[in-house]
Ligand binder design. Structure first.
Ligand SMILES: [Zn+2]
Length: 43
């Protein structure tokens, strides 16, 4: 599991199976640590 941050509401999100912000439903999350920004799109 990795720490991600929602691109829209900036909430910290823990991704498990669904790559989706549980707070606002946004599907683009920034990886909190590691190099660069990764766009993850579910579906
Ligand atoms: Zn969000």
């Amino acid at each position: 599991m990795a720490g991600y941050k929602c691109a829209r509401c900036k909430q910290k999100v823990e991704i498990d199976l669904n790559v989706r912000c549980p707070y606002c439903g946004h599907r683009i999350l920034f990886k909190e640590r590691g190099a660069g920004i990764k766009h993850l799109k579910a579906r």
